[in-house]
Write a protein of this length. Structure first.
Length: 118
């Protein structure tokens, strides 16, 4: 059972990246999915969330209007489209899967580095 993030890298300010998170060993359909990030010396923060049922999304104020989270249950994958990136978006981005019905489950990926620099 694991989550594997991909799509990170180095991008210039104003650029875009698309992160992906793929599940193996379980299906994402019944899981709420989130992206978190952690910058050096800072606490991990919630960036985006998508519900398991309605697929409704929520975003941190710092990324609202620039980031879009989506899910593809058929492929057990979620994505985070990040546009108009700035240096404050530099961080390791983590995918989280949380099942809020019994049996409860909580899985984390190992993270993917996003660096925004000129």
């Amino acid at each position: 059972v694991q989550l594997v993030e991909s799509g990170g890298g180095l991008v210039q300010p104003g650029g875009s990246l698309r992160l992906s998170c793929a599940a193996s060993g379980f299906t994402l359909r019944s899981y709420d999915m989130s992206w978190y990030r952690q910058a050096p010396g800072k606490e991990r923060e919630l960036v985006a969330h998508i519900s398991s049922g309605s697929g409704s999304t929520n975003y941190a104020d710092s990324v609202k209007g620039r980031f879009t989270m989506s899910r593809d249950n058929a492929r057990d994958t979620v994505h985070l489209q990040m546009n108009n990136l700035n240096v404050d978006d530099t961080a390791v981005y983590y995918c989280n899967a949380e099942r809020q019905m019994w049996p409860l489950r909580d899985y984390w990926g190992q993270g993917t580095q996003v660096t925004v620099s000129s």
